[in-house]
Write a new protein. Structure first.
Length: 75
């Protein structure tokens, strides 16, 4: 029983690692957005829409990872 609990802790730790990558990805998206708007302010709306699309795709991955972590925790 204790072995199963230890394996769950290891699995939760390994499944939580991609969340850090998602945080870095969101930071890179918004850093690129600020840089792009500094170079071409007239295209700011287009840049913002594309940045929001990238943000939504990354957040979808975050939701999938959180669901996997919850499934491992429940089983």
């Amino acid at each position: 029983m204790i072995f199963l609990s230890a394996l769950k802790c290891l699995a939760l730790g390994l499944l939580s690692l991609p969340l850090g990558g998602c945080a870095v990805g969101v930071g890179l998206i918004f850093a690129a957005l600020l840089r792009a708007e500094a170079y071409a302010p007239e295209l700011g709306g287009l840049f913002f829409v594309r940045a929001m699309l990238g943000f939504a795709l990354i957040e979808t991955f975050v939701i999938v990872v959180v669901v996997l972590v919850a499934l491992v925790f429940v089983m």
